[in-house]
Design a protein around this ligand. Structure first.
Ligand SMILES: [Zn+2]
Ligand SMILES: [Zn+2]
Length: 340
């Protein structure tokens, strides 16, 4: 068996020309503000988190008794799963962990689909996530719920930090150290730097479709509410739950050096990412739900990409590899590449 790193290259050397040990110039980074979040960016981030969340809170009474058009539901569900898989298949399994290789059009499409999830520029997302794996639940992890200790008040505080508090941390993960492979790809760097454009597109697309189909401003408004605001809020909270809930509770059938757990009730909404204990035990595996009955729609989509010839060298789990990682007294019945 060959050894595989947890993540693709983490290097201590700068990738672009410049004095040894120095950061590359800002134009060569994947975010416009360089590696520091400016206060304007902090305020924008706060708005992007609060507004969809308020919409989510308002959603229930608004929908009550008035019905919800099929078009709105379709836009919400369609945009949700398109962008969720953009993050899970694209940002996470492909760009962060290299669990398969993609042809050029698929690589670019995955970067764009993930950017439409409004979870930050791809280069920052990947750099943060690689740092999470490097230090998982130890000093240096950007979002561990165990940051403040093991007592209940400390855990509650830590859960909030892991869920969303960490997003406001001024300390940024150095991109040239954690994502050199992405910032040296001009197309990916461009997609990352144009994050504001993908955010606008993601929010504008549903109302444009809703308005055109119903030929009314009201149709555009409800499509914006459900397909843009509620959808973004829901996906944010599901994604953040992987960092908070899946590092605090859940079953741990596999050996990992952190507190990651498998949380079954998040499996469908998280597109298979809540089988998080297996993911930390075997980070490059293209399938996270490796046991019988564990739904993993991201693995299914990677399989379709493979069958279409767009993806290759997919790292499917095999029985020996999984068996070597299982915790004592947890026999694992492994699912291969065929199951959904
Ligand atoms: Zn994790
Ligand atoms: Zn990961």
């Amino acid at each position: 068996m060959t050894t595989r790193p947890d993540v693709i290259p983490v290097t201590t050397q700068p990738q672009e020309p410049g004095p040894a040990g120095a950061e590359p110039p800002p134009e060569l980074l994947g975010t416009r503000g360089g590696e520091h979040k400016r206060s304007l960016e902090q305020i924008a981030l706060l708005l992007f988190i609060c507004l969809p969340f308020l919409a989510l809170l308002a959603a229930v009474p608004l929908a009550w008794g008035r019905g919800l058009s099929l078009l709105d539901v379709g836009l919400m569900v369609g945009m949700y799963f398109l962008t969720c898989h953009g993050v899970t298949v694209g940002f996470h399994r492909y760009f962060t962990h290299g669990s398969f290789k993609a042809n050029r059009p698929l690589r670019v499409a995955l970067a764009i689909a993930g950017s439409l999830a409004v979870e930050g520029p791809i280069v920052r997302w990947v750099a943060d996530h690689r740092r999470h794996h490097k230090f998982s639940d130890a000093e240096g992890d950007p979002h561990s719920p165990w940051r403040y200790g093991e007592t209940l008040p400390a855990l509650l505080k830590g859960l909030f930090w892991a869920h969303m508090g960490w997003l406001f941390d001024e300390e940024q993960t150095p991109q040239h150290k954690y994502a050199p492979d992405l910032i040296k790809d001009p197309a990916i760097r461009r997609i990352s730097r144009d994050f504001w454009f993908w955010t606008m597109l993601s929010l504008v697309l549903p109302p444009v479709v809703g308005g055109l189909v119903t030929m009314s401003w009201y149709g555009a408004f409800t499509a914006f509410f459900w397909g843009s605001l509620v959808r973004v809020a829901l996906l944010h909270h599901v994604t953040w739950s992987i960092n908070s809930i899946c590092h605090a509770v859940g079953k741990r059938p596999f050996k990992s050096r952190d507190r990651s757990g498998n949380v079954w009730w998040l499996a469908v909404l998280s597109c298979g990412e809540s089988w998080h204990n297996l993911h930390h035990a075997d980070p490059t595996s293209a399938r996270h739900g490796v046991l019988r009955g564990q739904v993993d729609s991201s693995a299914r989509i990677i399989r379709w990409f493979e069958q279409a010839g767009w993806a290759h060298d997919v790292r499917w789990p095999d029985a020996d590899r999984i068996a070597a990682r299982r915790a004592p007294d947890n026999p694992a019945e492994v699912v291969g590449k065929e199951a959904a």
